[in-house]
Design a protein around this ligand. Structure first.
Ligand SMILES: *Cc1c(COP(=O)(O)O)cnc(C)c1O
Length: 386
């Protein structure tokens, strides 16, 4: 029996359902953020974050900062790019637009390489774009939560190293870390930005960013100071290093209870090989996508290799919009998300299948959701006379 009050199952692409133990960690008594007990927990949490990214390179550094995933864009934009430098955004939807806007806020010249909705930029286009001018950073949305498109960050990183070796490879992994394979060191990535509340299964409120030694050098050797006080790598780096060495340190107060929750979920996630976790998400995703196809629904991302494994974005039948279907799902105890990509938002819905909803089979979240989807669609079609 769960300790949680009965509730509808949250199956949106983040926040996701919580494990009881993760939630219980949040009810920790008050403690000082610089007392030995918390310092140890925070230090271990930073070390566990390395495991999450399968990283053993001591030159790389995880940052865990109070804020949402969006703060990671500020950390990248304020520290790794200087005013007037070029940034290439591989744009697969809503989150590419926003990351680009954040980079522009700090003075970067942003070029978007856009793919048609549901697809990703082709590798030869990426190569051509990288050859066209010197780019300080290339950003890639690993899973675009608005479209369910999966980018091949390994290939993009390889291409970038070959064509433009000094360009920093930055991944928006807010919707992918914990559900899609990421091998930070081997793939030679420079920054992966994520957040606590998606496939990591922790309540929202933590920005988590993994930064390579190369990117830290770039941040250290800036010609101009970072144009952010809070989102400053220079400010946070010694704090993270001290905590990881179990030494108290202060720049701004960490959310102690949330750090406990993150410690619990990361301990659970990294207790098994990460490859098992990725395989589990792939298996659940295959099942969902097969069921969706059986219902006659098309995914936004038609190509299998470009389909995310932690979520599915599906077009509704002609004549139906999200308000026709989502209430029927809710009535059956299931919460999906409406469309987000502004050009087609009224035509599709999104189903998040990550974390405990797929790893704890006895919850039956996925089976219940697929049954609810089938019934809600039939009901909506009937109501519309379709
Ligand atoms: C959710 C999400 C964000 C933004 O994260 P917040 O925690 O809402 O600030 C950024 N990028 C992607 C790909 C996301 O899915």
């Amino acid at each position: 029996m769960s300790i949680q009050a009965p509730h509808n199952t949250l199956l949106i692409p983040g926040p996701i359902e919580f494990d009881d133990a993760v939630l219980q960690s949040m009810s920790h008594y008050a403690e000082s953020h610089v007392a030995p007990g918390f310092v140890k927990v925070f230090g271990e949490t930073i070390t566990l974050t390395r495991k999450l990214f399968q990283s053993t390179n001591p030159a790389a550094q995880p940052f865990i900062i109070s804020g949402s995933g969006t703060l990671g864009w500020d950390l990248v934009s304020a520290n790794l790019v200087e005013r007037g430098e070029n940034a290439l955004v591989l744009n697969t939807g809503y989150f590419g637009d926003s990351f680009g806007a954040c980079l522009e806020t700090y003075g970067a010249n942003v070029d978007h390489l856009r793919a048609p909705i549901g697809d990703r930029p082709a590798f030869d286009e990426v190569e051509k774009a990288l050859q066209s001018k010197p780019y300080k950073v290339i950003t890639i949305t690993h899973v675009d939560t608005s479209t369910g498109v999966l980018n091949d960050i390994k290939r993009v990183a390889e291409i970038t190293r070959r064509v433009s070796p000094n360009t920093l490879v930055v991944v928006d992994g807010v919707c992918s870390v914990g559900s899609e394979e990421i091998d930070f060191d081997k793939w030679d990535l420079d920054a992966v930005v994520t957040a606590s509340q998606k496939a990591i299964g922790c309540p929202p409120g933590l920005s988590i960013v993994m930064v390579s030694g190369r990117a830290l050098e770039v941040a250290k050797s800036r010609k101009t100071p970072a144009a952010s006080y809070y989102a400053s790598i220079e400010k946070w780096l010694p704090i993270m290093q001290n905590y990881e060495n179990h030494k108290p340190s202060y720049f701004a107060t960490p959310p102690t209870q949330l750090v406990h929750a993150l410690h619990t979920t990361l301990s659970q996630i990294t207790a098994r090989p990460m490859s098992e976790r990725f395989a589990m998400h792939t298996q659940a995703s295959d099942k969902v996508k097969a069921a969706v196809a059986e219902l006659g629904l098309k995914q936004l991302a038609p190509n299998r290799e470009a389909q995310a494994h932690g979520m599915t974005a599906m077009y509704l039948p002609e004549g139906l919009t999200p308000p026709d279907v989502l209430p029927g799902l809710l009535k059956r105890g299931v919460i999906f998300a409406a469309g987000l990509h502004k050009e087609i938002a009224t035509k599709y819905i999104r189903f998040g299948h990550m974390g405990v909803s797929i790893s704890q089979a006895d919850r039956k979240d996925i089976d219940n959701a697929l049954t609810a989807l089938k019934e809600a669609l039939a009901e909506a079609k009937q109501a519309k006379g379709l």
